[in-house]
Design a protein around this ligand. Structure first.
Ligand code: THU
Length: 133
């Protein structure tokens, strides 16, 4: 699958986003090492703090289905700026895929490709815990 195709899957998920409070729909598509893709969207809640982002929706769908190895993530919004993964999503993704490639797309369809390491240098992950005591 090309980067463009993965980004388009993320854009398609904007239709499923439930974002009545922020008015900011987000879609995500997470690719596993074998090419399988799990999609997600943000799902908000009247108790605002209970809302979940698109990327974490895709991630928990994948992990709960037994997947662990991820290679690429596309995240898309309708915003002018690229739709960057929030800090909580970066952290959750780092747990399973510190070397993940990230494609952040904006409303006009363009996307910016980078690595999760670039978005989150000096990340804290499972390896960090091995260095305690
Ligand atoms: N949102 C995401 O889904 N992913 C991100 O990484 C950034 C923020 C959602 C959360 C909330 O539903 C809306 O965008 C506005 O913050």
């Amino acid at each position: 699958m090309t980067d463009r195709e993965l980004v388009d899957l993320a854009f398609a998920m904007l239709e499923r986003a439930y974002a009545p409070y922020s008015g900011f729909p987000v879609g995500a598509a997470l690719e596993c090492a074998d090419g399988t893709v799990y999609t997600g969207c943000n799902v908000e809640n009247a108790a605002y703090g209970s809302s979940i982002c698109a990327e974490r929706t895709a991630l928990v769908k994948a992990v709960s289905e037994g997947r662990r190895g991820f290679v690429r993530l596309a995240v898309a919004g309708r915003s002018q700026d690229y739709c960057w993964p929030c800090g909580a999503c970066r952290q959750m993704l780092y747990e399973f895929a510190p070397g993940l490639k990230v494609l952040a797309a904006r409303g006009d369809g363009k996307y910016f490709a980078c690595s999760l390491g670039e978005l989150m240098p000096h990340g804290f992950g499972p390896k960090s815990l091995e260095q305690g005591e």
